[in-house]
Design a protein around this ligand. Structure first.
Ligand code: 5GP
Length: 187
């Protein structure tokens, strides 16, 4: 399907600045959309239904699975999380670029359905910088930081499987690089 090129999967370890890059990309290029995932977990304070997630019941989520309405899904800490297929289909059929900010497993599953989706991995400039960013949040203990770093190393080992790798040295430069890669893809 030619429309698959409108689908962009973005992954990267915690601390690589992926969320910041995606947010800046959407602000600078409002024609680009992002998929809102569905989840069965409770909203956190400040989270808005249909903006941060579609907050749905377990029953509704399982009904979506049964009826092939989940493009991909996973369980995390006892809750379901997943991408709604109708939302993605609607966007790409309208030739509107849609970003999926999902992990490695999610990307593998999306590729089974849409092999032509572009996959992008956002990397930190170095492990030292990643460590600095993770510690800089100041909210986690040294033990949690070490766990996150170990997990980040595991995830980064999978970067080669992505179509494109972008090093996030500077958010604006990273956004511009990502945008030109997307534009090139659409030609
Ligand atoms: P949180 O509860 O912190 O918002 O998310 C928990 C985990 O679920 C994170 O690792 C997040 O990346 C993952 N997640 C969020 N949405 C999706 C989704 O649509 N699909 C998959 N596979 N994972 C998701």
């Amino acid at each position: 399907m030619n429309e698959e090129k409108y689908l962009i999967c973005i992954s990267g370890p915690s601390g690589a600045g992926k969320g910041t890059v995606v947010k800046a990309l959407l602000e600078k290029h409002p024609e680009i959309t992002i998929s809102v995932s569905a989840t069965t977990r409770q909203p956190r304070p400040g989270e808005v239904d249909h903006v941060h997630y579609h907050f749905i019941t377990r029953e509704a989520f399982e009904d979506n699975i049964q009826n092939q309405r989940m493009l991909e899904y996973n369980q995390y800490c006892g809750n379901y999380y997943g991408t709604l297929r109708p939302e993605v289909e609607k966007s790409i059929l309208n030739h509107q670029v849609m970003i999926l900010e999902i992990d490695v497993n999610g990307v593998e599953n999306v590729k089974k359905v849409y092999p032509g989706a572009l996959t992008v991995f956002i990397l930190p400039p170095s492990m030292e910088e990643l460590e600095r960013r993770l510690s800089g949040r100041g909210t986690e203990t040294q033990q949690v930081i070490s766990q996150r770093l170990a997990r980040a190393k595991e995830e980064m080992a999978l970067a080669d499987a992505y179509d494109v790798q972008i090093v996030n040295r500077d958010v604006d430069a990273c956004v511009d690089e990502l945008y030109s890669i997307i534009q090139e893809r659409l030609k």
